[in-house]
Design a protein around this ligand. Structure first.
Ligand code: NAD
Length: 216
């Protein structure tokens, strides 16, 4: 049983899993560590270290057995279990995420969405029903581990505080607001402008090899 792996590693594992699945679907059964490194755009030393935390090691001169690694990561990432999440704020971004609904990553599903706009309440987007935010605390979300936050910045903190009351433990925060929440809540902040800026910086400063090598 693996106790704890570094957060940076935990963040990269789903990327490895998805990439390996893609390679497998292309008929690849075995992959060299440099090929794998190129596919995920992360240097092979980091990959090796990440996988060594799980006890999954490639063989020297052989690389990785793709099917074996997929099975291993599937178990580790609980891919056989569907995790249900909710989404708050069905505007431009929220609607796009509902339409996407993590098709490629079949173990996570947005099962309900919430908004305050009466025109949206009671409707469905890609089969996901939209409820009023007032229903957030009615008990339905007791077993839900995480929420996606796509409300305007002005509403972010107040909605996040409400989410904490549902018993949620993780928030994927797309708003620009730095949320202030109890320590036990895991917040992943996705700031697209910061990502873009940092990419532009890398392109300018490392014009020949701008890729993030996945360092921590
Ligand atoms: P939007 O205005 O289109 O949608 C916001 C939705 O939240 C609306 O449906 C609104 O009715 C709802 N809402 C407002 N207050 C609410 C509340 N208290 N509880 C529940 N729902 C509430 O905004 P958007 O463009 O989808 O952006 C949403 C958030 O994501 C913003 O914080 C924005 O900065 C961020 N963001 C947006 C994009 C983008 O491409 N649109 C990209 C990155 C980040």
């Amino acid at each position: 049983m693996i106790e704890r792996i570094p957060q940076a590693t935990a963040k990269r594992l789903p990327l490895y899993y998805r990439t390996l699945q893609h390679l497998y679907s292309l008929g690849k059964n075995r992959i060299s560590s440099s090929e794998f490194s190129q596919s995920v755009q992360i240097d092979s030393a980091t990959i090796r270290r990440d996988l060594s935390y799980l006890g999954a090691l490639g063989k020297k001169g052989y690389g990785y057995d793709v099917g074996h690694l997929i099975n291993f990561l599937r178990g580790f990432l609980n891919q056989d279990e569907v995790t249900e999440v909710i989404l708050i704020g069905v505007g431009n971004l929220g609607t796009a995420l509902l339409n996407y609904n993590f098709h490629k990553n079949n173990n996570t599903r947005i099962i309900r969405a919430y908004d305050i706009d009466e025109a949206k309440i009671g409707k469905k987007i890609a089969d996901t029903p939209i409820y009023h935010l007032d229903d957030l605390l009615n008990g339905d979300n007791k077993h839900i581990p995480a929420a996606i936050l796509t409300v305007p910045a002005s509403a972010a903190q107040i909605v996040a505080d409400k989410l904490v009351l549902t018993g949620i433990r993780g928030i994927l925060n797309f708003t620009p607001v730095r949320l202030s929440l109890p320590d036990h809540i895991l917040i992943h902040h996705i700031d697209l402008s910061v990502e873009l800026q940092s990419m532009v910086y890398l392109l300018k400063n490392y014009p020949l090899n701008p890729l993030d090598k996945g360092g921590e």
